[in-house]
Design a binder for this molecule. Sequence first.
Ligand code: DX5
Ligand code: ZN
Length: 232
Amino acid sequence: MAKTYRIAPSILSANFARLGQEITDVITSGTDIVHFDVMDNHYVPNLTIGPLICEAIRPVTDAIIDVHLMVMPVDRIIPDFAKAGANIITFHPEASNHIDRSLSLVRELGCKSGLVFNPATPLDYLDHVMDKIDMVLLMSVNPGFGGQKFIPETLNKLRLARARIDAYMQKSGREVWLEVDGGVNAANIAEIACAGADTFVAGSAVFGAGKDSDPNRYNSIVGALRTELAKV
Ligand code: DX5
Ligand code: ZN
């Protein structure tokens, strides 16, 4: 059976002056998930969007909204995103004092939960919380900015994460997604899929491809990503 691959455009690289239309157009072009990057100029050196924007885009799309929290601490803001219509909320283990508690909080509020691993963060954080995790997100760049270069060591880490997740899924019968975030493009997505990712964040590669107001402007880049994935 063909594997299910999900493409998650990061709206960090979208045109914020026309965000609603950007989301409609990018999802219509054949993507699955809205990746929503939240940065606080504290955990990471950049400042982006918060629950107000999540709430504003919720009526625009039925697509899954995947909130990637790059903020510290996380517990205060999690309920705001759940209320604003997030479907998935992930956070970095270093940004929570009580990881198990934060994961439980996300689930209690009706969202899927996940942990995000920076390039140098070990996967050991998964050891005792797998039952509370729906998605593992591996950063393939250091978080904070779009448009950075994919770090090749992520491929080895993906293989390790894939093995852990497969073993867990076999044992538990529960599905856990493996997402990769940073520097993904049509030239490397097949290799990344081979290493084990099933969900692909792509910001600059997707939104950088659409310069005008043609509603089909993302078809060709998303088509190229799908073509590459079909080769895996
Ligand atoms: C980086 C963000 C990413 C980023 C991806 O901190 O988490 O989601 O926007 O952008 P590209 O695909 O341009 O690397
Ligand atoms: Zn992200």
